[in-house]
Design a protein. Structure first.
Ligand code: ADP
Length: 364
């Protein structure tokens, strides 16, 4: 294996750092001289804090600590060498200056560490967003388009059989062609809708009827639900106010929860006799709506419950562990909340709740 290339600074950065280091040393020396030749009452060493602030911006923590220690040493030395003034005042000034230098170095280094952590988190978030949108888009398209394609193949084979029949059954062929046409149209609609969802990034709030948006999303998962014989039950309170949120993002959240619920139901062995998912919506106070999705899946273990929303935490072989992290990001971007708990009726399964802003009279 080739030896790793050692990290090197760009020559212009190195030159700039050298100049800055020299200037800072010069400033430190000037402060020292001024402090030594003036009387105790002049607290010149406090200006060492400016040196530390500049050093924090340009040098490694180790260098900053070395410079802070250097400043403190110079402060104490100049106090010792100062010939005139009130000794007590000098002692207090030296103490304050030393403390100020130490605190500035500590806070400066803390700030730099926090900035580095924020940059790292930002980079990770960007990576997550890219991976999720691409992964989720590919997975949804593959999943949802697979079914109409399979149906098209079946109808084509049936059409061929009816054509080869003696005598050929033209009416049956016609029906098969009609099915092919509508399945192809469905596949195309699925792709158009999923692409539309992928486009909405920042929350773009609008008034919309929650039930209609959820039903549209459920339609996308229709095949997965049908294949597994999962029944959907709706329990939406009457006269709910419209939601005030990004319709597409809320649909993405519902879609994720729905797929997770289906996965959780699939993990129950033997399979439940009458698998079901219940969708409930009600008003939450004056200005919020609460949507609840209840499944009859495996339920939440203690470990699952405490890590559910952690990025990259998954119990699935093919899972990415990002779905719920993204869901939480989207819901919280609306000032809402998402949380999970075991089913309230004591049966096996999980309930996911989302709270969302409801549209007020004046919201347009
Ligand atoms: P992924 O689906 O890729 O694993 P998620 O962030 O969507 O990522 O989910 C993280 C984990 O949370 C899942 O692997 C699963 O263990 C758990 N989980 C999610 N939804 C449910 C649910 N309805 N019932 C039980 N466990 C769930």
């Amino acid at each position: 294996m080739p030896a790793p290339t050692p990290f090197r600074l760009h020559p212009s950065t190195r030159a700039r750092r050298t100049v800055i280091a020299l200037v800072l040393l010069l400033v430190m020396a000037t402060i020292f001289v001024v402090d030594t030749v003036t009387e105790y009452a002049v607290a010149a060493p406090v200006f060492h804090t400016a040196v530390i602030l500049v050093a924090v911006r340009w040098f490694s923590p180790r260098t900053v600590i070395a410079m802070a220690l250097g400043c403190i040493a110079l402060t104490v030395l100049s106090f010792w060498l100062t010939p005139t003034g009130n000794y007590r005042v000098g002692l207090v000034n030296t103490g304050i200056s030393t403390l100020a230098i130490a605190i500035t170095a500590y806070l400066g280094l803390k700030m730099v560490a926090a900035q580095a952590a924020a940059h790292a988190a930002q980079a990770q978030l960007l990576q997550i967003t890219r991976a999720t949108s691409l992964g989720a888009l590919t997975a949804s398209i593959a999943h949802e388009v697979n079914q109409p394609l399979a149906a098209i193949v079946t109808s084509s084979q049936a059409g061929q059989r009816w054509l080869n029949h003696q005598p050929p059954q033209h009416e049956k062929v016609q029906q098969a062609l009609q099915r092919i046409l509508s399945d192809a149209e469905r596949a195309s609609n699925v792709i158009t809708r999923i692409r539309g969802m992928a486009r909405g990034e920042a929350p773009q709030r609008q008034r919309f009827v929650l039930e209609a948006a959820v039903r549209e999303m459920v339609q996308l998962s229709h095949n997965a639900l049908e294949q597994r014989g999962i029944a959907l039950h709706w329990d939406f309170a009457p006269n709910l106010p419209p939601a005030w949120a990004d319709r597409i993002q809320i649909q993405q959240v519902v879609g994720n929860l729905l797929l997770n619920a289906i996965d959780a139901i699939n993990e129950v062995h033997p399979s439940p006799a009458a698998p079901e998912i219940i969708l409930t919506a009600r008003r939450l106070g004056d200005d919020q709506l609460q949507l609840t999705l209840t499944d009859c899946g495996l339920g939440l273990s203690a470990a699952t419950q405490s890590h559910l929303f952690d990025a990259f935490w998954t119990t699935k072989e093919q899972g990415m562990g990002l779905g719920l992290t993204i869901c939480r990001g989207m819901v919280e971007a609306h000032g809402g909340r998402i949380w999970a708990e075991p089913r309230s009726d004591g049966q096996r399964g999980t309930q996911f709740h989302i709270s969302l802003p409801a549209a007020q009279e004046h919201t347009v």
